[in-house]
Structure formats: C-alpha cells, structure tokens
Design a protein around this ligand. Structure first.
Ligand SMILES: [Zn+2]
Length: 157
C-alpha cells in the first residue's frame, strides 16, 4: 500500500508521506485492508460488510444458483457443450474468429445433439459481446443449427 502511494505521488511532484504519517492518516481515516476469503466474491464480501443491499445480494445469489444448475444440467446433457475458461490477451476480434472456427469444425453435430452450447466465464470484452454473437449467427443460419451462449455470473466460477 505504501509502495502504491509512493508510485502515485511520484508523478505529481509532491513528496510522498513518510511511513509513520501514512499509517497515522490510514488509521485516522478508519481504513482497513481486507482480503477476500477463498471462494468469496466481491459482491458477497460487500454484503457481509453492509455495502450491498439485501435485494442486490438476493439477485446475486439467485444468479449463482441458476448458473450452477445450468452447469450441472450441461454436464449430463446430450448436447455439444463447450466450456471455456478465457485468459486475458485475446482481443474482441481474435476470440470470435477462434471460437467460430472451432464451432464450425465440430459440425455436423452428432446424431444425439440438437445444439452447441458455449459455456464461458462472461469476460465482456472477449465473449460477452455482440461481436461474438454476430460472428456465430451466420454459422448457425447456414448450417441450420442452434448455438447457445451461456455465461457464469460475476464472482462465482
Ligand atoms: Zn458472490
């Protein structure tokens, strides 16, 4: 924290606070540092500290349950389910090209399947955008297949 303060102040031309003064101000402002517990998302933590309303928390929990139920049903589905765990580095143009090429390579669908399901973590700039949907649409239409896009809710994988 102190190093971050020094780094920020370096660009301003103002001398950074000494460690002692920094800690004193930190305590005077009634600040504290909090590390998320394993499996705890920022929304759940915010609710536990009174920074998120009950309604917002209930909606978050409902979405979490629905995502898990959908995930469970995908695991036993006869459909072609492709689960993606995206890493940073791919742009909104690169990812649709890659995933569309992959989906196309899996066609025709096996006899037991009626659709392709793309299950991903919902990283907006990569897979939760109209670029990907608009890239998949012609594949679905020209091959007469259904392609569903499913996303996990924020904070719970
Ligand atoms: Zn949560």
């Amino acid at each position: 924290m102190k190093e971050k303060h020094k780094k920020v102040m370096r660009g301003t031309g103002v001398e950074p606070l000494s460690s002692c003064t920094f800690l004193q101000v930190f305590e005077e402002q009634n600040l504290s540092l909090y590390t998320l517990k394993k499996g705890e998302c920022d929304l759940c933590a915010a609710f536990n500290y009174g920074d998120l309303s009950q309604d917002q928390y209930d909606i978050h929990q409902q979405k979490k349950r629905e995502a898990r139920e959908e995930n469970d049903s995908d695991k036993v589905s006869e459909e072609c389910v492709y689960i993606m765990d995206l890493q940073s580095g791919l742009t909104a143009n690169e990812f649709p090209t890659i995933i569309t090429s992959f989906v196309r390579s899996q066609l025709p669908l096996p006899d037991h399947a009626n659709k392709s399901i793309l299950n991903s973590d919902g990283c907006c700039y990569q897979d939760r955008n109209t670029t990907l949907s608009n890239t998949l649409l012609p594949v679905a239409m020209t091959n007469n297949v259904v392609i569903e896009q499913e996303y996990l809710d924020k904070g719970h994988a």
